[in-house]
Design a protein around this ligand. Structure first.
Ligand SMILES: Nc1ncnc2c1ncn2[C@@H]1O[C@H](COP(=O)(O)OP(=O)(O)O)[C@@H](O)[C@H]1O
Ligand SMILES: CC(C)(COP(=O)(O)O)[C@@H](O)C(=O)NCCC(=O)O
Ligand SMILES: [K+]
Length: 259
């Protein structure tokens, strides 16, 4: 069985696969101080609560937080007796190399999303991931990542407003019924929600214009459905895009005799 680990700046998601069969998925907050032993106690408790019998013999990791990788490697070595593939490291092969400026280190989550989306939707895509940051990844005709856009994430923007302005409370993101807010909370919600709708629409239009072609938009991340209520911004929303991409990259490495 394969263990896929996707560490974002906010949350780390673990999923287990039996061949192409999805077995389960579990989420924990990202914290570089978490030890291999802590991960294992947490994961094995959840697995046994679900009465699953796991036999993990391979691992693949994508991490946007470099410091977390050390303890995840120890987890794989100590508890699953396996050396993990780490996306972005030279010993993890990618089906197609990214085409970006020399020396640029692309976020591994973006490389993984690119490949997962290309597998499901074919060429010429824009992948939007609503994580800590909101990222747009442009996928070329051969599935290569050829650049994109990084914007502050929805929750990060809300947090920044609260931190920087003494009289603004922390609010949750929802779709306000009207643009013009008649109280402070409604005004903030409107700014974030309609601001983000405009940001996504504007960036997608600009990318299409620059590429001179129609491109499908695939969205992922927990907040994606919130921004899709009646706006037709996305052609598809896929919760499991990163995990799908991780599994494919793992399988590709196996096929190539690597790991
Ligand atoms: N369904 C959801 N509803 C509201 N907020 C969410 C939901 N899913 C994720 N979030 C929030 O979105 C932010 C990004 O989450 P996540 O996708 O896990 O980011 P990352 O991949 O960068 O760790 C976090 O602040 C998280 O609390
Ligand atoms: C843009 C990101 C911060 C997004 O991370 P996330 O929101 O998933 O935690 C991450 O992909 C990253 O650190 N990228 C490195 C720079 C780049 O991709 O160009
Ligand atoms: K992201």
């Amino acid at each position: 069985m394969l263990l896929c680990i996707d560490t974002g700046n906010t949350n780390t998601v673990f999923s287990v696969w039996d061949g192409e069969q999805f077995v389960g998925m579990w989420r924990i907050s990202t914290d570089h101080r978490r030890t291999a032993d802590e991960y294992f106690v947490w994961l094995s408790t959840l697995i046994s609560l679900q009465k699953l019998e796991l036999n993990i013999d391979s691992c693949i990791i994508s991490s946007t937080a470099p410091r977390v990788v050390f303890n995840l490697r120890v987890l794989c070595n100590r508890y699953f007796d396996t050396r993990p593939l780490v996306v972005g490291k030279p010993d993890c092969l990618l089906p197609v190399a990214p085409r970006v400026d020399f020396g640029t280190v692309v976020g591994p989550d973006r490389l993984v999303n690119t490949w997962g989306a290309f597998d499901r939707h074919g060429p010429d895509l824009i992948v939007v991931d609503f994580g800590t940051a909101t990222t747009f990844d442009v996928v070329d005709t051969d599935g290569a990542y050829v650049g994109g856009v990084i914007a502050p994430g929805v929750n990060l923007s809300l947090e920044a407003l609260h931190m920087g302005a003494a009289s603004l409370p922390h609010v949750d993101v929802t779709m306000p019924p009207k643009v013009i807010g008649t109280n402070t909370v409604a005004c903030i919600q409107s700014g974030i929600y309609w601001g983000y709708i405009g940001l996504v629409q504007g960036v997608v239009d600009k990318i299409r214009e620059e590429r001179g072609r129609q491109m499908k938009v695939v969205a992922t991340g927990g907040l994606a459905p919130l921004f899709d209520q009646g706006f037709d911004l996305f052609d598809a929303i896929e919760d499991d895009l990163t995990m799908h991409g991780l599994r494919l990259i793992h399988d590709y490495n196996k096929e190539m005799g690597n790991g």
